[in-house]
Design a protein around this ligand. Structure first.
Ligand SMILES: NC(=O)c1ccc[n+]([C@@H]2O[C@H](COP(=O)([O-])OP(=O)(O)OC[C@H]3O[C@@H](n4cnc5c(N)ncnc54)[C@H](OP(=O)(O)O)[C@@H]3O)[C@@H](O)[C@H]2O)c1
Length: 295
């Protein structure tokens, strides 16, 4: 027994070094990308913003069928037509992901009309964009229902396959003035982390969490960053392209851009007073003062 335990203890650091070296080598070698030709992809919030770009990117990379969920029929219809013009089968369903009964109903409708979903992209989200004192209860609840709980309900649409979550760097480093959003994204991150670990022993079921920095859609319209030339917003098409690539590489977590890793490291080593100064200097404290969001 003791020899077995000692063997495992000695093997562990070797295994760690091997895995780190393997990951480093993989970053420089051309990645082996999964073929998407048999995949039925459901994108929540697929009518506009990053979701629309995700639908385009999955279609461009050869997905078999694209299914879009959202609340606004006009933009769902437009995206569906665009994807069909690309030669890919596409369907849309009106579905509020914060409404559990509606999600279950539409998950059943998708299964009957289109077949099994094999890639589920949890992309739908809202931001109320106010401080705690300025927020009303309903708005706070709405963000948690859509951004976090929605993922529990939408999970019903997938029997096996790949779950993808469009999260945010704000899950790891919050800002004031978006307390509803940061809270929902942090708990959604924990949801995905727990799910990812739980799936380690489930071959054929995978998870990818993408944590992008500010992206130029209407979601954070008006938000002002102090050094926009140093930290320009990401383009939604870049986020979509990198997300689909991460799915095809079966990457569990993706921070966009990679420089956000520095923020995560600094957060874990610097004293709070130093972090406060960084937040003040970078304008994170005040960036939401000019926030308008979707008008
Ligand atoms: N923009 C950024 O700076 C940024 C940065 C990091 C991460 N992200 C994340 O990326 C994802 C997409 O954001 P985005 O920038 O594309 O935002 P967006 O332009 O506001 O789009 C949000 C999408 O979610 C849908 N949606 C909202 N509530 C819904 C509900 N209850 N049920 C179904 N669909 C709903 C919207 O469609 P309907 O309104 O028609 O329902 C829309 O298609 C979000 O998860 C967001 O948190 C965004």
């Amino acid at each position: 027994m003791i020899w077995k335990w000692l063997g495992a203890l000695l093997l562990f650091p070797v295994q760690m070094v091997y895995l780190v070296v393997k990951a480093a080598v993989c970053t420089v070698l051309p990645p082996k990308l999964r073929d998407l030709s048999g995949e039925n992809v459901l994108v929540t919030g697929g009518g506009r913003g990053i979701g629309r770009h995700l639908a385009r990117e999955f279609a461009k990379r050869g997905a078999k069928k694209i299914i879009l969920w959202g609340r606004t029929e006009k933009c769902l219809k437009e995206t569906t037509e665009e994807i069909r013009m690309m030669g890919t089968e596409c369907h849309y369903f009106i579905c509020d992901v914060g409404n559990r009964e509606e999600v279950y109903r539409q998950a059943k409708a998708v299964r009957e009309k289109v077949g099994d979903i094999t890639i589920l992209v949890n992309n739908a989200a809202v931001v109320h964009g106010k401080s705690l004192m300025d927020s009303d209860d309903d708005a706070l609840l709405k963000s948690q229902h859509i951004n976090t709980l929605g993922q529990f309900w939408v999970r019903q649409a997938l029997e096996y396959g790949h779950i993808v979550c469009l999260n945010s760097v704000l899950a790891l480093s919050a800002i004031p003035g978006a307390i509803d959003y940061c809270t929902s994204k942090a708990s959604s991150f924990a949801f995905m982390e727990s799910l990812t670990l739980g799936l380690l022993d489930c071959p054929g079921v995978n998870a990818t969490t993408v944590l992008p920095f500010h992206t130029s859609t209407e979601m954070f319209q008006g938000m002002r960053i102090r050094f926009p030339n140093l930290f320009p917003p990401l383009k939604p098409e870049t986020v979509a392209r990198r997300t689909v690539e991460a799915v095809r590489m079966n990457q569990a977590f993706l921070l966009l851009p990679w420089t956000m890793h520095v923020l995560v490291i600094l957060k874990s080593i610097l004293p709070q007073a130093a972090l406060d100064e960084i937040y003040k200097f970078s304008g994170s404290y005040t960036c939401m003062n000019t926030f308008k969001g979707r008008t």
